[in-house]
Structures are given as structure tokens and as C-alpha cells.
Design a protein around this ligand. Structure first.
Ligand SMILES: *Cc1c(COP(=O)(O)O)cnc(C)c1O
Length: 396
């Protein structure tokens, strides 16, 4: 699945450039850094690769989401519609700006069900946040139409889908803003890092300042910068950006390998009666980091998950997963925080102590994902496909 599988001389070279100057910070030190600006360079390469005007790197994908919310003016009292199947960072970032996460069902795309989104809109709704899970995308035409109709912000959490596309446009560039994670297991990695991308100059300028203590970056030096508003420190370091720079230059190779390996696995599994696949709104834009499929029942999915693991292959049964599906988010449902939420937010969140999501359960309880790797040889991929088929067949 991830870029860390193909680390090499390219990453070492980029990191060494930074080690040689000894300037690990992305801002300032203009003289001693000898023209080495890895974070700036990576931002430019992200813009070029994705055909988007602005990119702001951050220290993580979670920081990118938080920064995006702040830059989009999302805060106390605002509702953010997000899916039940995602990573916990989605609701963490919403509550971190004081806004209210509104969880709604996913459908067989494993992303936001547009009908469920419509049903969840209230006068407080400000943002719809689809999450392009497991390398593939949400139904962006429908979601964009809903946002246009109701004058809502569309924020794409594309953390798991860097360089994926929807109808020829990069994921993350279709909404008002998009976010990526470059943590260690994502499609390309900085070790730790993230980015906000947007075509909106105002959102970019706010992201740029917010992620660096509010610095407007207009002074002759850092000390002379003004602080138009309060920010935080969500900066990426030059060392991390250097790793990402080597990685982004390999993204087309990564995508070609992933797509080829996924096709071999999928074609093999498609021969098994009873197996159906995740619906992908634009198959050509899939980054192919996972193969996600459905078994006819929850019991068969559980058994298949166990059989795949017993065959020595990785398998994710999200329904039982602690980090990606609402069923096991007791800490979220019971508001287990270290410090109290603001009253209004707490009242809004109380509904989750009892709220059920039968439509999401019906999808997720039958779903299995198996990750696709970069390092598999052609023979190994065929061998894995055969093992996957045998394991799934054994439970049907
Ligand atoms: C990884 C991830 C994040 C957060 O990224 P970090 O860099 O790990 O903070 C947010 N959303 C989704 C969907 C993710 O997979």
C-alpha cells in the first residue's frame, strides 16, 4: 500500500541536502540555508501534480484538517457532516475547532451516502466533509450539487487518496479545500506530515498563517511579521518535507504498480460467486491502495476475514475496528475527553450515547478490505490472489 515500501537513494539525497545546511526549519535563516527550501518546493510540486493553485504543508493530516476548518471559518455552533466510516482524526479535528461533528451513513461506496447527507442538513450545517477512504472517492457530483444548493462548504478529506482523481480532476481540488496526510502509512509519506490544498487565495493565506502562530509572513524577518489572528504551530520541518519531495516524484510509479497489482487481485476474486465489490464512482481515478469487497452476510464476512488472515494475508474487517468505524468509538460516543466540551457542543454530542446507524452497519458488517502493496513481484501478486480466492471460497 504505502510509499514507505519504496524508500531509497532519492529520499536520502533530499534529506542530506537539509542535513548539510543544518537548517531544519521551513521559515527564515535565508542566508545559511543556501537556497534549500524543501517545504516550499514540495508545496509547488503538489500544486503542479494536482493542478491546484495553493498548497500549505502541515505537521500531520489531522493538523491539515484543523487548519482547513479554521481557514474556512468553521467554529462553535457550526455543524460538519461527516461519515461513520473514516479515521478518528475526522471528528478530532472538528471538535478541536469547537464545531459539531454530525455523523451520517455510508453506502456501498464506503463513503458518504448523498441521501443521508441531505437528510442531515439543518440551519446549523456549514460543511459537508466526504472522506475518500481506502484510496477511492465519494460521489462528488452529488455532494457538490447538495453543497451548491444549500450554500455549504465542501471539504474533501483526501488523506487516504493522494493523486486519486474524479472525472479527470485531482481528489481534494473539487471542494472548497482538500486535505492530505503524509503519515508513515499513506500513499506517499513524509514520515509525518499533511497538506491543505485549495484554489481559494483567502483560504490559503489563512492556512499559511494559522499553521504558523498567525505569522503573516510579510515581514523582512520572522520577528517583523504581524499577527492578524491567533494561530497554532502545525508546521512541517524541512527534514519531513525532504522525504515527501522524493516520494512525490515517484507517485506515478506507485500508482502504476498499485493499479496493476489490484487488477490481478480483483480479477481473481471476481470469479467467486457471492462476492461483490465496493462501488467506485470513477474507477479510472482509484489509487488502488486497497481492494474492498462484500460478502453476502456478516457471518460470512467475519469468517472470510479469519480465513484470509489464516492464509497469511492482511485483511481489514472494519466493522470490528477500533479506529475507523463508529461502532467501537466508545470514547467519542461517551465524550471521554480530558477537559470538558463547551456546553452547546456537549448537548449536541449527547445523541451519540444511543444513536444507531443500521444502514452503515448493513454495509460495513459485510465489508472486507485487503491492502495492495508496492513491493510484490508479479509472481507474488498472482500467488496472493490465489490464496485470497481460496480463503474467501472456503467460507461461501
Ligand atoms: C491518516 C488520516 C488522517 C490523519 O492524518 P495524520 O497525518 O495521521 O494525522 C485523517 N483522515 C483520514 C481519513 C486519514 O486516513
Amino acid at each position: 500500500m504505502p510509499g514507505y515500501e519504496l524508500f531509497g537513494e532519492e529520499e536520502k539525497k533530499e534529506v542530506n541536502d537539509v542535513l548539510e545546511t543544518g537548517i531544519y526549519m521551513r521559515y527564515g535563516f535565508d542566508g545559511p540555508r543556501k537556497g534549500i527550501w524543501k517545504a516550499k518546493e514540495l508545496e509547488q510540486e503538489i500544486c503542479d501534480r494536482l493542478d491546484v493553485k495553493y498548497a500549505q504543508l502541515t505537521s500531520s493530516g489531522t493538523a491539515a484538517l484543523t487548519t482547513a476548518f479554521a481557514a474556512l471559518g468553521v467554529g462553535a455552533g457550526d455543524e460538519v457532516i461527516m461519515p461513520t466510516f473514516t479515521f478518528v482524526a475526522s471528528f478530532e479535528s472538528v471538535v478541536s475547532v469547537g464545531a459539531t461533528p454530525v455523523l451520517v451513513d455510508v453506502d456501498d461506496t464506503l463513503t458518504l451516502d448523498p441521501k443521508a447527507v441531505r437528510a442531515a442538513i439543518t440551519p446549523k450545517t456549514k460543511v459537508v466533509m466526504p472522506v475518500h477512504m481506502c484510496g477511492s472517492m465519494a460521489e462528488l457530483d452529488e455532494l457538490k450539487a447538495i453543497c451548491d444548493e444549500h450554500k455549504l462548504i465542501l471539504l474533501e478529506d483526501a488523506c487516504q487518496a493522494f493523486a486519486g482523481q474524479y472525472k479527470g480532476r485531482a481528489l481534494g481540488t473539487i471542494g472548497d479545500a482538500g486535505t492530505f496526510s503524509f503519515d508513515f502509512v499513506k500513499t506517499i509519506t513524509c514520515a509525518e506530515g499533511g497538506a491543505v490544498i485549495t484554489n481559494n487565495e483567502d483560504v490559503y493565506l489563512k492556512s499559511d498563517a494559522y499553521s504558523d502562530h498567525g505569522h503573516d509572513h510579510l515581514g523582512v524577518d520572522r520577528g517583523a511579521d504581524l499577527h492578524p489572528f491567533i494561530g497554532y504551530n502545525y508546521r512541517i520541518s524541512e527534514l519531513h518535507a525532504a522525504v515527501g519531495l522524493a516520494q512525490i516524484r515517484k507517485i506515478d510509479t506507485f500508482l502504476a504498480i498499485l493499479r496493476n497489482n489490484k487488477e490481478v487481485m480483483k480479477n481473481a476474486l471476481a470469479e467467486v460467486p457471492g462476492v461483490t465489490f465496493r462501488r467506485i464512482p470513477d474507477p479510472a481515478g482509484d489509487t488502488a491502495t486497497h481492494l474492498s469487497f462484500f460478502l453476502p452476510t456478516e457471518e460470512k464476512a467475519r469468517n472470510a476475514n479469519a480465513a484470509i488472515k489464516a492464509a497469511g494475508l492482511p485483511s481489514f474487517y472494519w466493522y470490528d475496528n477500533n479506529w475507523h468505524y463508529i461502532r467501537n468509538w466508545a470514547h467519542f460516543k461517551n465524550s471521554q475527553t480530558l477537559t470538558p466540551y463547551a456546553k452547546e457542543l456537549q448537548t449536541a454530542l449527547d445523541v451519540y450515547t444511543t444513536k444507531e446507524f443500521p444502514a452503515s452497519d448493513a454495509v460495513m458488517s459485510r465489508c472486507i478490505s485487503t491492502p495492495i502493496n508496492l513491493a510484490w513481484s508479479a509472481e507474488e501478486t498472482i500467488e496472493r490472489a490465489a490464496k485470497l480466492v481460496a480463503a474467501v471460497q472456503s467460507v461461501l
